[in-house]
Ligand binder design. Sequence first.
Ligand SMILES: NC(=O)c1ccc[n+]([C@@H]2O[C@H](COP(=O)([O-])OP(=O)(O)OC[C@H]3O[C@@H](n4cnc5c(N)ncnc54)[C@H](O)[C@@H]3O)[C@@H](O)[C@H]2O)c1
Length: 250
Amino acid sequence: MSGPTTHTGRVAVVTGGARGFGAAIATELARRGAAVAVVDRDDAAETVAGIEAAGGTALAVQADVADPDSVTAATGRILRRFGRADILVNNAGIIVAGDFFDTDYDTWRRVQAVNLDSQFLMARALAGSMRRNGWGRIVNVASNTLGLVAPHLTAYIASKGGVVGFTRGLASDLAEYGITVNAVAPTASRTPGGEAAITEEVLRLSARMQAIKRVGEAGDIVGAVCFLSGDDAAFVTGQTLVVDGGWVRA
Ligand SMILES: NC(=O)c1ccc[n+]([C@@H]2O[C@H](COP(=O)([O-])OP(=O)(O)OC[C@H]3O[C@@H](n4cnc5c(N)ncnc54)[C@H](O)[C@@H]3O)[C@@H](O)[C@H]2O)c1
């Protein structure tokens, strides 16, 4: 596999890697030399096939990252196969929009479980391996909606606020082990999940509000994730990097 060697020798775990942002992240981490476990509730065969066709190493792991037993089984399989985990990209998430008065408790809980609880479960399962090796990188996917007037997204924005808080707290707990924890906050983007939940009108409106006036795409957060998961970001932790075409100023 030819490409930059910034991640050579690392084992990366990317959740929600069957499509969208996660597939783009997994593919680029592999191109940069990492062996990548692609975790998804759906079949991640396409992402893995693309990586292998380019000469990289990848493993598809089917799991529901919101389910503790499923996470235990998936991470056990990854650690048995690769012997370690160095990088965790907590990307899996669901965008659920709806009027507050139509949002029932089950929907609220599901959004928090998939978008936030999953990041705790994955980090709890894999940070021990990073601690043993004295090196680790955790990158959590948040959202720029936290800094916007974005109606009908209360459960979603609350979950992403939790992601930022989780990132800050965990960064303090893991720094002494050589593990950094950061977040990236994308804008409304043309991914399968984005296009299913966000209307074309809102995608175009978002583009107009950004300093860079085009609709976000799956590849747009890849560079930031590679930076935060590499050696160059060794002194950066607890931060949320807004990667949204220059809309929200953090
Ligand atoms: N697309 C956007 O507009 C946008 C904007 C800001 C933030 N984000 C965030 O980016 C991340 C990725 O979103 P995307 O747009 O690529 O979405 P997507 O729906 O295209 O891809 C998400 C992937 O996560 C997987 N997934 C969902 N729930 C899962 C679960 N419980 N267990 C395992 N896998 C699961 C899906 O199967 C899918 O393959 C999410 O955290 C989302 O909140 C997206």
